[in-house]
Design a protein around this ligand. Structure first.
Ligand code: MSP
Length: 511
């Protein structure tokens, strides 16, 4: 079996999880589930980033020690995962000993090799971004952009990692590995960024300024810069699990591609003599009214509210259907309701209801065999073959939104097939051919429902399980074998009814 190790970014625990964090978990989960379905041996890691100034400050504001604060918020992030039906195999916290041990080991190794040196540094420091700024970061009027928050000038001795000496190597690597970053145009942006000389990376913070971090193994007057610590989680979580490193993909948001994931991380690994990951998937942002959803802007949505109101699978469906991986998407309740009503309730849910209803009304609740194949049956079956052939490569290329669109198109076509056959009319005829068509129509809609449902497995695992259960069907272990149109439901006893996507309780309130 092919090993497939996938990670998400680890979230800062300075505030509660929002829809943006939830999206990244769901997207990574869909990829992980899809790869498992394709037969890979998947290892899926997610977790939290607990050190650094932001967490120290948030804890201080609450008047509790940073560890206690991190414990509380980390629990919120961890508890969200089962509610989103995330199939992660591991959850890492950067305050865990297994992580700290690896970070210290890598730092010591790099220090011993002469990759880390101490120097005096004077510069402008952004607490919010936890980084030193450069002159080129200033706005034309000399002020600092809003995203940096408060900026102060400081002089201090620090430890630096020799990033610059690897610049040429990184350019060469990215030029020869065109598919390292998805989407591809982001890789071009990174190469563009690398046209300017890199500065060495300051990887320490004096203890007087920041206490909440991993102490440098070679100087206990300093703690490790939070990014140097955090990036290593991908490795520390599997360092003692043979065969897992390197990761196949890191899934992250576009804001943390440059420079942490596309510059620091590959160079850190290379300098430490570790293999590089297979690739980085940089998704876009969920926006609200044109600005990025975030804690600091105060426009963050709590994912659990939507899960409670509409169910976890409708939530997962919306995120994956709406977002083209890599681009931004505006989140509106109206759009959520449109997809919920028209695609899930009226299209997919309706097909489930009709199929159960017809099977019970016209076939005694037992799925009959198809007896004839006229144009309507042939057309639907041909559409299935195209859909099936298109969907797998789309998922392999992270085009899940289009894969769902094609799947829904097939579901729509199945509903149209039912309209065309109109079993409720055939049921009134005593003619043998009409009766054969009636049985065929029930067999055909059931088979099409089973197949369309199979394509939704990675996105709506709970719903798929429920549908198979009402069809009396237990899928086999090899997912791709499920995709054959072969009438395997014949003779199964179906349930009476299944409510999947109930109408929202109240009329939609504008949020
Ligand atoms: N702790 C760092 C990541 C370290 S990875 C070694 C961090 N944390 S974060 O909590 O700010 O963000 C975590 C992830 O959520 C990032 O990948 C980020 O892009 C993503 N999102 C945060 N807000 C988002 C949206 N509004 N939309 C989509 N994802 C965004 O950065």
């Amino acid at each position: 079996m092919k090993s497939f190790y996938i990670t998400t970014a680890i979230d800062y625990v300075n505030g509660s999880p929002h829809l943006g964090h939830a999206y990244e978990k769901v997207l990574t989960d869909v990829i992980a589930r899809f790869r498992r379905m394709m037969g890979d041996q998947v290892h899926f890691l997610t977790g939290v980033d607990e050190h650094g100034q932001k967490v120290q400050q948030s804890a201080k504001k609450k008047g509790i020690p940073p560890q206690q604060f991190a414990d509380e918020v980390s629990e919120e992030f961890r508890a969200l995962l089962p509610k989103l039906n995330i199939s992660n195999d591991d959850f890492i916290r950067t305050t865990e000993e297994r992580h700290k041990r690896v970070v210290r080991g890598v730092l010591q190794q790099l220090f011993d090799k002469g990759e880390i040196y101490k120097a005096e540094y004077q510069g402008f420091y952004s607490t919010r971004q936890e980084q030193f700024l450069q002159e080129k970061d200033r706005l034309p009027d000399g002020s600092w952009p809003e995203i940096f928050g408060e900026v102060t000038e400081i002089t201090e001795s620090n430890y630096f990692f020799k990033l610059q000496q690897y610049q040429a190597w990184l350019v060469e690597f990215l030029t020869t590995h065109e598919d390292f970053i998805f989407p591809r145009y982001r890789q071009k942006q990174v190469l563009e960024f690398l046209k300017e000389p890199l500065n060495d990376l300051c990887i320490s913070r004096p203890r007087e300024r920041l206490e909440w971090g991993i102490t440098l193994p070679f100087d206990d007057g300093y703690v490790t810069y939070v990014w140097f610590d955090a990036l290593l989680n991908y490795y520390s979580a599997v360092a003692d699990k043979p065969g897992l490193w390197p990761a196949t993909y890191h899934v992250i948001g576009k804001d943390i591609l440059l420079p942490p994931h596309s510059v620091y991380w590959p160079i850190m690994l290379h300098a430490a003599g570790l293999p590089l990951p297979g690739g980085i998937i940089a998704h876009g942002w969920w926006m609200q009214s044109g600005s990025k959803m975030s804690k600091s802007t105060g426009n963050a949505l709590n994912p659990l509210d939507l899960v409670t109101e509409f169910g976890v699978d409708a939530f997962r469906y919306f995120l994956i259907r709406e977002m083209n991986v890599g681009q931004d998407s505006d989140f509106t309740r109206e759009q959520f309701l449109v997809r919920y009503n028209s695609e899930l309730a009226n299209n997919f849910g309706n097909l489930v209801n009709r199929t159960l209803n017809m099977a019970n009304r016209f076939a005694g609740g037992v799925i009959p065999a198809a007896e004839v194949a006229e144009d309507a049956e042939k057309e639907l079956r041909a559409l299935w073959e195209t859909t099936r052939a298109e969907v797998i490569p789309l998922c392999e290329g992270f085009q899940f939104h289009t894969a769902l669109e094609k799947t829904m198109f097939f579901i729509t076509a199945t509903n149209a097939y039912i309209e065309k056959r109109a079993p409720w009319k055939l049921g009134k005829s005593a003619e043998a051919h009409d009766q054969a068509l009636l049985r065929t129509s029930v067999a055909t809609m059931s088979e099409a429902l089973r197949l369309g449902t199979a394509l939704l497995t990675a996105v709506m695992p709970g719903t798929v399980g429920k549908i198979n259960a009402v069809l009396g069907y237990t899928p086999g272990t090899v997912w791709q074998n499920e995709l054959a149109w072969d009438g395997r439901l014949t003779g199964l006893k179906v349930a009476e009814a299944l409510v999947l996507f109930p109408r929202p309780e109240k009329p939609a309130a504008k949020k």
